[in-house]
Ligand binder design. Structure first.
Ligand code: FES
Length: 67
């Protein structure tokens, strides 16, 4: 799924009910660059794991490393 065109209300992790916006804020606030650290810190991506690629994309978008 392409995260770039999803708005902040988009639920990126349905298992944990976490939105793209919440995830972005947690990434910035904690300077997270690693998806495992994000999963622990945000309590997202740590149940079925199906959203992990999308979480990684959001990390890349926040830090501009998705070019
Ligand atoms: S959708 Fe995120 S852990 Fe299942």
């Amino acid at each position: 799924m392409d995260m770039r065109n999803k708005d902040r209300d988009f639920i990126v992790c349905p298992c944990r009910g976490k939105s793209k916006g919440e995830i972005e804020d947690i990434i910035r606030k904690n300077r997270i660059t690693d998806v495992d650290v994000l999963a622990q810190t945000a309590n997202a991506g740590n149940k079925c794991g199906g959203c992990r690629e999308d979480l990684q994309q959001i990390i890349d978008i926040v830090w501009g490393t998705n070019a």
